[in-house]
Design a protein around this ligand. Structure first.
Ligand SMILES: NC(=O)c1ccc[n+]([C@@H]2O[C@H](COP(=O)([O-])OP(=O)(O)OC[C@H]3O[C@@H](n4cnc5c(N)ncnc54)[C@H](O)[C@@H]3O)[C@@H](O)[C@H]2O)c1
Length: 251
């Protein structure tokens, strides 16, 4: 068991990557708090995990509202005593990536969820990690920050937010390294999940021509990378951005 007695908070926990990561983490002994804004999906998951209710807790949580994030995190710490692992995974992809047509509010929403949300959650968990001299923060970025985005993949605001996540990761890694807290990012390539189901199937053939491993990623590929970064095997890795995209981008 690579995550025995660990408490993990996974934001965007009811989505594609969130679910796969939860599954992988509980297999390895972690207790998981699935935090998401989608109450309907959370209710379905609470039913699905009813036999594992001591290991999986579903929680309504809006990462773009710092006060609610703090309340939520403090509630988890009061109940479980600690948060060992934060997976900053919640994300928003605008359906329309025509940046000149989208209202300015859409830019703010993307930045608030994808970038500020990751900062808010990291800030809310940091103090108790600092006190305990232990912690793992895993920020989900996107391969878009390297290649500038693919058609359908969210466009300018999304790509900018995911580039910001990499800067946030490096800066937090410096700030928190002296307290034995690692902070790393994962940059997934295009992967079929609810977020991408309206455009990725139509682009799959063209995209896979540019992927040396010849296929799209799966949520399990991302979950395995998160497990590695959360495990003791990654204890000397911080400030890194792990590309999980079959070679679609190389750095
Ligand atoms: N699927 C891909 O191809 C891909 C590629 C690169 C990066 N990503 C990133 O991976 C992460 C997970 O995406 P996914 O593909 O599993 O998509 P998804 O849509 O299945 O999951 C995203 C989850 O985030 C939740 N969410 C949205 N706004 C929120 C908020 N304000 N507070 C809390 N939760 C909120 C949604 O309800 C959803 O459950 C996202 O950050 C996404 O940008 C996805």
């Amino acid at each position: 068991m690579r995550l025995a007695s660990q408490i993990a908070l996974i934001t965007g926990g009811s989505g594609g990557f969130g679910q796969a990561t939860c599954q992988r983490f509980i297999e390895e002994g972690s207790t998981v708090i699935l935090a998401d804004i989608d109450e309907e999906k959370l209710a379905e998951l609470a039913l699905q995990y009813r036999d594992k209710s001591n290991q999986v807790k579903c929680m309504t949580f809006d990462v773009s509202d710092f006060e609610k994030v703090e309340l939520g995190v403090n509630g988890i710490i009061a109940e479980y005593g600690k948060i060992d692992i934060l997976v900053n995974n919640a994300g928003y992809l605008p359906k329309n990536d025509h940046w000149l047509e989208n209202p300015i509010e859409d830019w703010h929403k993307v930045i608030n969820v994808n970038l500020s949300g990751e900062f808010y959650c990291a800030r809310a968990v940091a103090n108790q990690m600092i006190e305990r001299r232990e912690g793992r923060i895993i920020n989900i970025s996107s391969s878009a920050f390297r290649h500038g985005g693919v058609p359908g993949g969210g466009g300018v605001s999304y790509t900018a937010s995911k580039a910001g996540v990499v800067g946030l990761t490096r800066s937090l890694a410096k700030a928190l390294g002296p307290y034995n807290i690692t902070v790393n990012a994962i940059a997934p390539g295009p992967t079929l999940t609810p977020m991408t189901e309206n455009w990725l199937p139509q682009s799959e053939d063209k995209l896979t021509e540019s992927i040396p491993l010849g296929r799209l990623g799966t949520p399990a590929d991302i979950a395995n990378a998160a497990l590695f970064l959360a495990s003791k095997d990654a204890s000397f890795i911080t400030g890194a951005c792990l590309d999980v995209n079959g070679g679609f981008t190389m750095s």
